[in-house]
Design a protein around this ligand. Structure first.
Ligand SMILES: [Zn+2]
Length: 59
C-alpha cells in the first residue's frame, strides 16, 4: 500500500531514504486523535488507513 499524506494541501508520499515518516491515526487514543484532527484540515476522509506525514509535527 502506498502511504500518502491525507492532510489538505499536502502531497507528501512515502519514498525510501527520507526523513519523512508516516503515521496512522491513533484510533485507540481519543485525546491524541483529536489533536491530530486539529492538525489535519479534515477535508478528506480520514479512515483507518489514512496516513499523516511527519511534516505536520514539530518534534
Ligand atoms: Zn503531510
Amino acid at each position: 500500500m502506498v502511504k500518502v499524506c491525507c492532510a489538505k494541501n499536502c502531497r507528501n508520499f512515502w519514498i525510501p531514504n527520507t526523513n519523512l515518516t508516516f503515521h496512522t491515526f491513533p484510533w485507540s487514543n481519543k485525546q491524541r486523535l483529536e489533536e491530530w484532527m486539529n492538525v489535519v484540515p479534515s477535508k478528506s476522509r480520514i479512515g483507518k488507513y489514512s496516513f499523516i506525514c511527519s511534516a505536520h509535527f514539530n518534534d
